[in-house]
Design a protein around this ligand. Structure first.
Ligand SMILES: Nc1ncnc2c1ncn2[C@@H]1O[C@H](COP(=O)(O)OP(=O)(O)O)[C@@H](O)[C@H]1O
Ligand SMILES: N[C@@H](CCC(=O)OP(=O)(O)O)C(=O)O
Length: 374
């Protein structure tokens, strides 16, 4: 893949915007900037791309609304500011998206949500549902309830975690610099720009410094580490200035702006590896010939109608194997129903699930996004 095509060829993209940018260095939400990014996201949407926005700025906006000029040291005051500022952020985004007839949604995550298997699978399912509905989810850390011990702490990491969560192909980190330099350009005017490197290269960690502004949190080091994390599921990262006009649409056209930190593995193999290496199969679903065809040849989800039998005991969110009646495995994936519920909806059309179980989590037994073919 050439330098020009990373964003151009990506279908699912995470865009992270830093506090300095969103709030114009703590002055309050920069509506013009927000509108400009949203206009571009709407254009990407029209091209068929799925976008999740990870936006910082809650604490900075809250401070601006409260008239605070210095960031309080007390965690409870930062949390109060975040609670106030998050409203301002979401209002600005919602207004801007509505001018394009697009719906936005708010997702506030904590580290614990992603560490817990069931909450992880729920967050993932919700994000996929929103994307399937054509919505632009806007994610931030749930600053108001996290304590220091459990916080992710910076949204570069959160952006990478969300990239991994929904296996996005690319992470764009919009910041206040044109990209990564071989030293902090605020401190060294001779710093040299890095156009391209490999995500996870340890040399990058040595040259990336902390935040240069009073509203930013992580600086470049967290961006470089985020790229390394994003690459675990095969995603490429571009660190680029959010001040650059038409930055997102230009990247989508293939223009080589910003610093590209390329993943050395392919999305697909990394995802397969993740499922194969990190999770043990908890059970099996025996599926019929129609279901085998649908999932292996047509890229479809596994529906209850194609499931014949269940082997083993598993919970919602566990990894199960999809096998034929002879026991040959075709795929494995994260199942939306516990084994007891799965047994009750075998061979049933999706329209009957709610009647049989009393409620419906998902129409699919295993969504195609959670299914890996073998
Ligand atoms: N090697 C580097 N290249 C570019 N910027 C760097 C580097 N090291 C440190 N920085 C600093 O990182 C800052 C961006 O991070 P940060 O302030 O956290 O912004 P954001 O709010 O966008 O996350 C830059 O303004 C710059 O001062
Ligand atoms: N969750 C915090 C942002 C933390 C953060 O990482 O900020 P930044 O380094 O500007 O991306 C907030 O909304 O204020």
């Amino acid at each position: 893949m050439s330098r020009l095509s990373v964003i151009q060829s990506s279908h699912r993209i995470i865009i992270k915007v830093g506090s300095s940018l969103v709030t114009n260095y703590g002055k309050g939400v920069d509506f013009a900037a927000v509108t400009h990014w949203v206009d571009q996201i709407a254009a990407l949407h029209k091209q068929g791309k799925q976008v999740v926005l990870v936006s910082s700025g809650a604490i900075a906006e809250g401070m601006a609304r409260l008239g605070w000029t210095t960031r309080p040291k007390e965690v409870n005051k930062q949390q109060a500011a975040a609670s106030i500022g998050q409203m301002g952020l979401i209002q600005a985004y919602e207004k801007a998206f509505s001018t394009h007839g697009l719906l936005a949604s708010q997702i506030l995550l904590t580290h614990e949500d992603l560490a817990d298997r069931l909450r992880y699978i729920n967050a993932r399912a919700t994000l996929f549902t929103l994307l399937d509905l054509g919505v632009v989810p806007i994610v931030n850390e749930n600053d108001t309830i996290v304590t220091d011990e459990i916080r992710l702490g910076d949204n570069d990491t959160l952006g990478a975690v969300v990239t991994n969560l929904i296996e996005a192909e690319a992470l764009i980190i919009l910041t206040d610099q044109t990209g990564l330099y071989d030293s902090d350009p605020r401190k060294n005017p001779q710093a040299k720009f890095i156009h391209q490197a490999t995500a996870g290269d340890p040399a990058l960690e040595a040259i990336a410094g902390g935040s240069g502004s009073f509203v930013g949190t992580g600086g470049m080091i967290t961006k470089v580490l985020a790229a390394k994390r994003a690459a675990n599921t095969g995603a490429h990262t571009v660190i680029v200035s959010g001040h650059e006009p038409e930055v997102l649409t230009r990247l989508a056209r293939g223009e080589a702006i910003g610093t590209e930190l390329r993943a050395s593995t392919h999305l697909r193999s990394a995802r397969k590896q993740w499922l194969a290496d990190h999770l043990r199969v908890k059970g099996k679903i025996i599926i019929d010939a129609g279901a085998i065809k649908a999932i292996t040849e047509q890229g479809k989800s596994l529906l209850p109608i194609g499931a014949i039998d269940v082997i083993g005991v598993f919970k919602r969110g566990d990894l199960v194997a999809c096998v034929d009646e002879q026991g040959k495995e075709y795929a494995r994936g994260l199942i939306n129903y516990a084994s007891s519920d799965t047994r009750r909806i075998l061979r049933q059309p999706t329209t009957k699930i709610a009647d049989i179980l009393g409620s419906i989590h998902n129409e699919e037994l295993i969504h195609r996004n959670n299914l890996v073919l073998l």
